[in-house]
Design a protein around this ligand. Structure first.
Ligand SMILES: [Zn+2]
Length: 426
């Protein structure tokens, strides 16, 4: 195979860690030290005159801090360097207008994480069908859940290898996220059919060919009852909390249990999303989605204090369902998965797709009879069907008439100068 038929890919893979209580304490300590390091770095940055804020000076300051402050020594030197790198990157993101200025990280609101920038230090071995082992600096050998074939041992080479990892803690415990670099054969163009997708209200995903992807509740009846009783307990305990005082140990424990159940629901939703998007990317060669700006939709409902939004209650319910389905993440997954299978993903402007009739093309008032049913009020047409299916057909129609926006192929999107209008016709 010639070299140009290969494509480089950066992948991520997250696996659950099985840590002993002592290892959990060590990981917690490292994460707290990493956060403290960030805060010290931020204080140093604000204190320093502009011309002295250099990488070399910051590096020297970090080394000094690791010598002077005992508990910072639990953080491996490589992880401290990673904090420095992330901090400078945060400023770059700010100056380029991608993010707000970096700030202090609070103990309660920050995701606990430790970076392991060197992949070769990990020394990963598969020890069982379901378990792998890795070396974590200053923590030793740890077990992790083996759910994907990683390029380690004989399978690793200069092009296919693990380049680094990150330890992350969520409500269900510590995880390890591997950074994988892979060189794969370029897929042949996907010859499958075209499909428009609508993010539905009655159906999570409706396709233009009539297929729908649905899911049940993320939590079982028992789990939901448990969540409700935990929330009631939290509310009760919160009443006893005096203003200005920390939450009690029991209240924090209840909060942790609530977060655990929510994390479980989120993990199930994520799993469904992965399986659904993989199925779509395998089946269809061209996938068309609406270009929704979810953050705007969520913000506009709430309004401002001077000008409160209308129908806040209804919209917040809708928003909750949109955020719950995490449409943005679905699109991200579709972008890289279609590319992996040789297909393409396109975005079309959203306005009107739910009100236009996909059979005759007319937009008549009152056509959308309910959330679920669409009946065309054009006397010559009278088409009726599922409203989400209708919208999905409109999405595909917009693509076929050449109204697709800029290519939505993940990172491959070409950045345009702001004054240039994006091309709508292709
Ligand atoms: Zn019609």
């Amino acid at each position: 195979m010639s070299q140009d038929a290969l494509v480089k890919r950066q992948l991520g893979h997250r696996a659950r860690l099985a840590l002993s209580p002592a290892q959990v304490l060590k990981a917690d300590g490292q994460a707290h030290a990493a956060r403290t390091m960030w805060n010290l770095l931020h204080a140093w940055w604000q204190m320093m005159p502009k011309e002295k804020r250099t990488l070399a000076n910051a590096d020297a300051a970090i080394r000094q801090a690791r010598e002077d402050i005992d508990f910072l020594a639990v953080l491996p030197a490589q992880a401290a360097q990673a904090v420095l790198k992330t901090y400078f990157q945060a400023w770059k993101n700010c100056w380029d207008g991608r993010a707000d200025a970096p700030n202090l990280k609070s103990r309660l609101r920050t995701v606990m994480s430790v970076d392991i920038p060197q992949g070769r230090d990990l020394n990963i071995v598969r020890v069982h069908r379901r378990w792998g082992m890795a070396n974590i600096p200053k923590m030793g050998r740890v077990r992790f859940r083996w759910t994907k074939d990683l390029p380690v041992g004989k399978r690793a080479d200069a092009e296919n290898r693990i380049t680094g990892a990150r330890l992350i803690k969520d409500a269900l415990g510590w995880h390890i996220a591997f950074r994988i670099q892979a060189l794969e054969a370029k897929p042949a163009p996907h010859q499958g059919p075209e499909a428009g997708i609508d993010v539905g209200i009655t159906v999570p995903l409706a396709l233009s060919d009539g297929k729908t992807y649905e899911h049940g509740e993320w939590l079982t009846g028992k789990e939901k009852a448990k969540l409700l009783s935990l929330e009631q307990r939290a509310a009760q305990r919160k009443q006893h909390r005096k203003p200005g005082k920390h939450a009690s140990r029991r209240l924090r424990r209840t909060y942790d249990q609530i977060a655990g159940l929510r994390a479980k629901a989120k993990r199930r939703a994520l799993d469904w999303q992965h399986r659904t998007t993989t199925a779509i990317a395998r089946t269809y060669g061209t996938v068309v989605v609406e270009a929704l700006t979810i953050t705007n939709m969520v913000r506009s409902a709430r309004g401002t204090i001077e000008e409160p939004g209308k129908n806040v209650a209804q919209k917040s319910g809708l928003n909750r369902s949109i955020s719950g389905e995490a449409w943005g993440r679905t699109v991200t997954m579709l972008a890289y998965k279609t590319a992996k299978h040789g297909g393409t993903l396109h975005k079309v402007p959203a306005p009107g797709t739910s009100r236009r009739c996909s059979a005759c093309g007319h937009t008549t008032p009152g056509s959308r009879e309910s959330q679920a049913v669409f009946v065309c009020k054009n006397p010559d047409c009278g088409w009726s069907g599922n409203a989400d299916h209708n919208a999905a057909r409109n999405v595909l129609h917009l693509y076929r008439t050449g109204l697709a926006l800029i290519p939505a192929a993940g990172r491959a999107v070409v950045r345009r100068a702001k004054r240039v209008k994006p091309a709508t016709a292709r």
